[in-house]
Design a protein around this ligand. Sequence first.
Ligand code: PEP
Ligand code: MG
Length: 326
Amino acid sequence: RRAAYAALRDVAPTTRDGHRVTVMVNAGLRDDVGALDVTGADGIGLFRTEFQFLVSATLPQRERQQRLYREVLDVAGERPVIFRTVDIGGDKALPYLIQDEDEENPAMGWRALRLALERNGLMKAQARALIEAAAGRTLNVMFPMVSEAWEFAEARDLFEQQRAWIATRNRRLPTEIRYGAMLEVPSLAYQLDLLLPQVDFLSIGTNDLTQFLFAADRANPKLAERYDWLSASILRFIRSVIAPARAAGVPLAICGEMGGRPLEALALIAIGIDRFSITPAAVGPIKAMIRTLDRGAAMAEMERLLAAPPRDLRGALSVWAEAQGV
Ligand code: PEP
Ligand code: MG
C-alpha cells in the first residue's frame, strides 16, 4: 500500500470524471515542510504557527519567527503556504505568556484571535515577521477562531498597519498579501454576507466546527464515537457555505482532520468541496480515493442521502462507495 501511495506522488488528484481536486498538507514545524516533496501536495493549506510557540520554553522573538517563515517559503517555492496566526490560549496555554487564566471551558475561552486582538503586541510582532519573511513573494495569512466579521476586519487592519509601517522604512514588501478566515465557529456562517466581500479565501476547520456544532468537547474520549463527521448536520452545514462562497469568488477549503479520511473526503467532494488541506500521511489514501471516484455519481448519491438522511449515513455511504469500487 505504502508503495502504491508513493507512486501517486507525481499523479494529480483528479476524479474519474475529470475534476481536479486541490490537495494540500497541514504543517507546523520546520521539519513538517519536507512533506511537500514526499507527498507531492499542492501546497501548505494550514501552517499552524503556534507550534513554534508551544515547543519553545520562552517567547520566540520576531527574528526567530521570521527565520522559520522564510525557510518554509523557501522550501515551498511556487507552492502556496497559508500561515495561520497563533491559535493559543485555552488548552494551548503558554506559561511564559499567560499565567493566571483558569478557565472552565478553555476551548470556548480566551484563545486564538480573541486573545490576539486584545494582547495585540504578539500579533503585531507576528505580522511583521510574516510580512518581512515574505518580501518579494505572496503572503497568505489566515486568522483562527473568527466568530464575527468585524474580528476579521480588525485583524486584517492590524496587518495592513504593519505593512504600511514597514513600507515607510523602505523595506521590501510581499508582492501581495492575501487574507483568509477559518470558519470553525458556527456563528460566522451567519455573517457570510459581511465576511465574504472582505476575505480572499476561507478554510473550514472541522475539528473545532464539530465540537461547537454538537457542543461536544473534541478532547473528551467519551464523546469521540458519539458524533460522526458523516452526519447530516455537519454535511448540511458545510454545504450551506459552498454556494455563497462560490458566488463571491472566494476559494473554500477544508483543513480539519475530517478531510484526511477517505469516506469523509468522498462525502465532502460529493457536496461540492474541492480543496483540502490534510495531514501528510493522508495524502496517499485521499489521492487514491479521488482517482477512483466518479464525482457526478457521488454528488447525486449525496443529494439523495441528505434529502432524507438515514440514521447511519456513514453505513449507507460506505455501501454505495463499495458498490462503486471506490
Ligand atoms: C480545526 O479546528 O479544524 C483546525 C484545523 O484547527 P486546529 O485543529 O488547529 O484547531
Ligand atoms: Mg481549530
